[in-house]
Ligand binder design. Structure first.
Ligand code: SF4
Length: 297
């Protein structure tokens, strides 16, 4: 049983496995599964902040205590109809955040996923994923891929580490509760040594902070050094309470950047198409230079 020192609420949810209308081109997921509500890593840029849950996500953190039971039911039904597809773990929480050590909801879900042979895409910043290497290996070997991906991939598990900077100081500011960038890279290295297909999502790259040619070059070069199978890069989106909090953080640590951000996010929640295209072109060029694959497929 979880200890009484645990601060998270326990909640009962009605559904746990979300079926996507269309597979995501970047993450290749057909489903998503979020064992927790919100996230204790508390990244300032987290897009979930744009929702109604406010400023301190760690305080509102909740454990979906009936997730394994619901997942069992959902996957039994989907497997019977052979509706196999990658499950993103997770899309709006961190599946291996500290509370998982006590509750093991993610681990219980992995056991069910393994039993029903669904493939998964793990997106994480956490070393705790190493705890589950045994089940992940089973899934990697035995998962049934959707027919249109079967000839393109030979792994049932994809593991993507997300970073927005390699700079420890910048990371402390924008990712106050998350493991250090170096720790994430070392976890990637260990995951690779175990034979998994794994890479890095540099998402979000922080405008005027981690998006220069030099910074991106260092990021792609580092991905190569840590043996990443792939890299992809994405721009920062800012909306709702999240935007206010991000601008407040800039005001404290990078006040000179405020006018530039106001201009970049003047109309939309995301930077212009030109900015995004430039970022992608640069990332692709650097991936070519260092022999790293851009995107999973
Ligand atoms: S680790 Fe991911 S889900 Fe958690 S706060 Fe950071 S960006 Fe959001």
């Amino acid at each position: 049983m979880p200890s009484v020192t645990c601060l998270a609420k326990e909640i009962i949810v009605k559904t746990i496995l979300n079926k996507h209308k269309k597979r995501d081109d970047w993450f290749l997921d057909d489903y998503s599964l979020n064992p927790y509500k919100l996230c204790a890593f508390n990244c300032i840029y987290c897009y979930i902040r744009g929702s109604k849950y406010g400023q301190n996500m760690g305080k509102e953190l909740a454990v979906k205590i009936n997730a394994p039971k619901l997942l069992e039911r959902a996957l039994r039904r989907r497997a019977r109809k052979k509706e196999y597809g990658f499950i993103a773990l997770s899309s709006s929480t961190e599946a291996w955040q500290p509370i998982e050590e006590e509750y093991k909801i993610t681990r219980q879900c992995l056991e069910i996923i393994s039993r029903y042979k669904f493939p998964i895409h793990c997106g994480t910043k956490s070393q705790l994923i190493l705890r589950d290497i045994d089940i992940l290996s089973e899934i990697d070997k035995n998962a049934i891929l959707p027919p249109d991906l079967g000839d393109k991939l030979n792994h049932g598990v994809l593991i993507t580490f997300s970073l927005s900077t390699l700079d420890e100081h910048i990371s402390r500011i924008f990712e106050p509760g998350a493991p250090k960038p170096k720790e994430r890279l070392e976890t990637l290295q260990k995951i690779k040594e175990e034979g998994f297909f794994a890479g890095i999502a540099y998402i979000p790259v922080l405008p005027f902070i981690s998006d220069s040619y030099e910074k991106l070059e260092e990021m792609i070069k580092t991905a190569k050094e840590y043996n990443a199978d792939y890299v992809f890069v994405g721009a920062l989106t800012l909306f709702g309470v999240g935007k206010e909090l991000y601008l407040h953080t800039l005001k404290i640590h990078f006040p000179d950047l405020i006018p530039k951000y106001k201009k970049l996010y003047r109309i939309f929640n995301y930077p212009s198409k030109e900015y995004q295209q430039k970022l992608e072109n640069l990332a692709r060029k650097l991936c070519n230079k260092y022999g790293v694959k851009y995107m999973i497929l």
